[in-house]
Structure formats: C-alpha cells, structure tokens
Design a protein around this ligand. Structure first.
Ligand SMILES: CCCCC/C=C/C(=O)SCCNC(=O)CCNC(=O)[C@H](O)C(C)(C)COP(=O)(O)OP(=O)(O)OC[C@H]1O[C@@H](n2cnc3c(N)ncnc32)[C@H](O)[C@@H]1OP(=O)(O)O
Length: 358
C-alpha cells in the first residue's frame, strides 16, 4: 500500500522530533526524497564546487533521477519509521558518570567542590568542536576566571575526549570559504588567547582519544591526566593544515623538536604512556579506576589555598605570555591561508563525503 499525504506529513513531523541526529548521510537521503516527493525530479541549477552543502544536497536529489513522486513519498515514510524513537533509545550509550548530561548542549559547565568542570558534550560526533562551542568555551573561561572555584577542568562526555575541530565548520558556513576562513581565524585567535590569559590552574581529564586542537591545547594546561585508553593525534599534514593553539612553540619546548616534529608534522599518534614519556601528560591511570582516582585527586587539590595557586601559576607562566600571543597570531594567519588551499579543501571534502578517515 502506498503512503498517503497524511502519512507523509506525520513522517515530516516525526523527523523534527528525533532526539538523536541521524547523521549527514541519512539527512541527505531525507532531503532528496522530500524534494522528489514534493517537486519531482531535480530542477535546480548545479551549485558551485565550493558550495559544499548545496552541492551535496543537489547530488542527492539529482541521483533520484525520475523516481515517481509517490515512490519517493513511500521511501521517505519508510526511512523515517526506521529511525523511530525505539531504535534511537537503544543507541544512547552506556550508563555512567555522564549519563545525565543532555546531548543537545555542545558544552556543559558545572561548578562543585571548588572545581569548574567544562565538558565537551557531543558524544555522537566524538565531541567535535563547532564554532558555537569555541565561543561557549571562551565565555565559560571568562566566568570561571572570576567565580568561586579554585581550579578548572576540561573533560569529554562519551568515549572520546574530543575529535578536534568540527570539519563541517567550514563546509556549512554561510558566505563561502574565504569568509569562513576569516571567521575561523578570528574565532581561533580569541579562543587560544582565552587559554593564555586563564589565571587559575587548568587541568585536562583526558577520558579517551584526543585529536587536533584538543591535543595541541594541552600545551596550555597546567596538568593533564589521561586514561590509558586515551590517544593523542595531530594529523595536520594529512588535513593540509598546520599546528595551532601555540603548539608550534609549546610542543618543541615540552618534548624537544624531534618528537614534536613526529607529532605535528608527520601526524604520529601517541598512546597515553608515550604522551606521558614525552612530558605532555602528567599521569596515566588504568581506565577501570581513572574517573575515581582523578576526581579524588582533583577534589583534594581544589581545597588548596586558591590565591597561592593563582599567584604560583602567574609566576610559572608570566614570562611566556607575550611570546604566546605572538605565536598564536602567526599560527592563525597561517591557518587562514591554509584553509583555502586545494590540499586542505580536498581533505575536508573527503572526510565530509566519508571517503577517508584518520
Ligand atoms: C576554527 C578553529 C579551527 C582550529 C583548527 C583545528 C584543527 C583540528 O582540530 S584538525 C583535527 C580535525 N579532526 C579530525 O580530522 C577528526 C575527524 N574524525 C575522524 O577521523 C573520525 O571521525 C574519528 C577517528 C575521530 C572517529 O572515527 P569512528 O570511531 O569511526 O567514528 P565516526 O567517524 O563514525 O564518527 C562518529 C560521528 O562523528 C562525526 N565526527 C567525528 N569527528 C568529527 C569531526 N572532527 N568533525 C565533524 N564530524 C566529526 C562523524 O562524521 C560521525 O558523524 P555521522 O556520520 O553523522 O554519524
């Protein structure tokens, strides 16, 4: 039996109520079937090659050829019912310390026991960082620098710490690549400056794999605790990109230029133990006791006199500040031009179109 107009409308409403993002591939299929069901075969001019999102939509719709409207309507209804709430519920992840954190918020900030905790909270996207999240973090750090907490901690919800910059930040930006690269460079510069300026002890609780900027930023942290299932990967060259977050300066200083080269230029992925041996990680814990051991330790540290901690941090970091601002500015200018190169655009496109993974 064919789907009625009413079934089709119900399915459209159901899509809006989905709790879990069904992913880009499914969303493109839904878009194409919707357009075919309502307008028939693709009737739009083909978008330009840099208009990534509209080009992907056009390709998906055009691929349906002359599929009849009624069949497209039925296929749309079938696809939506396969995404029903019962199948969603079963894939919400394991219960655990993070289970109450709502997925819809990219960043969650809590304050308890003298600790401000900033959690990357997009577990279904491996905590990839969107433009919005960069700005939320800048605000969270501003607030944390003057709140009652003694220390500030970053961690990730789910199996990843963070997969780094959300690679769709550029493909989904309005106004074309040049505009997006300009915006990206400004966001990045402000974001990294807010770490350079942060006055209290800043700690990373690296609960799982870390990629890209979530790794390079660790050079700005005062202590880094990692689960033994964490890995540290900066695949900048294969993305046609260059290092950021002052890592072109902090990494050679932390681990020596030869080891920094292996990570930042050749993209060598480190285990937690290797990252510890190279001085990037303070201590590694077995996954089974990681959360308990780390939070017990941090609660103890957060009881130390906050002013003494703040002033000690200032003494340790003060002489570097001007250098770090300058390095940050240069890295951002370099990246702004790299983001417009063919090497980089091809790498991002092949991730977005699912042809390549790290
Ligand atoms: C404006 C400031 C810019 C600062 C400059 C920063 C640079 C960087 O951070 S460079 C590093 C960028 N990150 C990456 O290149 C990682 C890309 N991701 C991957 O290679 C893989 O997703 C993975 C190895 C991290 C995980 O692989 P797997 O376990 O197979 O999981 P999936 O690939 O299926 O991922 C699930 C889901 O999450 C989406 N996703 C993961 N990472 C990102 C990301 N960085 N950007 C955007 N989306 C990401 C992935 O697409 C999947 O989504 P759906 O297909 O919709 O389920």
């Amino acid at each position: 039996m064919e789907a009625s107009q009413k079934d089709f409308e119900n399915a459209m409403n159901q899509v809006k109520l989905l709790k879990k993002d069904p992913g880009n591939e499914v969303k493109l299929k839904l878009y194409a079937l919707y357009k075919q069901a309502t307008e028939g075969p693709c009737n739009m001019p083909k978008p330009g090659v840099f208009d990534f999102i509209n080009k992907a939509k056009w390709d998906a719709w055009n691929a349906l050829g002359s599929l009849p409207k009624e069949t497209a309507r039925q296929n749309y209804v079938d696809l939506v019912s396969s995404l029903s709430p019962s199948s969603e519920a079963s894939s919400q992840g394991e219960p655990g310390v993070h289970e109450k954190v709502p997925e819809s918020e990219g960043i969650v900030v809590t304050s308890e026991d003298g600790i401000t905790k900033i959690t990357f909270n997009r577990p279904t996207k491996k905590n990839a960082i969107t433009f919005q999240m960069y700005n939320q973090i800048i605000e969270a750090l501003k607030t944390a620098s003057t709140d009652n907490s003694a220390i500030t901690v970053f961690t990730g919800n789910g199996d990843y710490y963070s997969s780094g910059n959300d690679l769709t930040n550029f493909t989904s930006a309005a106004g074309g690549m040049e505009e997006a690269a300009k915006t990206g460079a400004v966001v990045l510069r402000n974001f990294v400056n807010s770490f350079i300026d942060f006055p209290k002890p800043l700690i990373a609780v690296v609960n799982g794999p870390a990629v890209g900027i979530s790794v390079t930023l660790l050079g700005m942290f005062d202590a880094v605790y990692a689960s033994d299932k964490a890995t540290f990967h900066t695949p900048f060259s294969s993305l046609g990109q260059t290092p950021e977050a002052c890592s072109s300066y902090t990494f050679p200083k932390i681990m020596g230029p030869a080891k920094a080269t292996e990570m930042l230029i050749f993209g060598k992925k480190l285990t937690a133990k290797e990252a510890w041996a190279q001085g990037l990680v303070t201590e590694v814990f077995p996954e089974s006791t990681f959360q308990q051991e780390v939070w017990t330790k941090l609660k103890r540290y957060a009881k130390l006199p906050p002013n003494a901690m703040r002033i000690s941090k200032e003494l340790i970091r003060k002489s570097e500040k001007e250098k770090l601002y300058a390095v940050n500015a240069e890295e951002c200018t370099t990246l702004q031009s790299k983001w417009l190169t063919e090497e980089c655009i091809n790498a991002i496109m092949s991730f977005v179109s699912r042809k390549a993974k790290l």
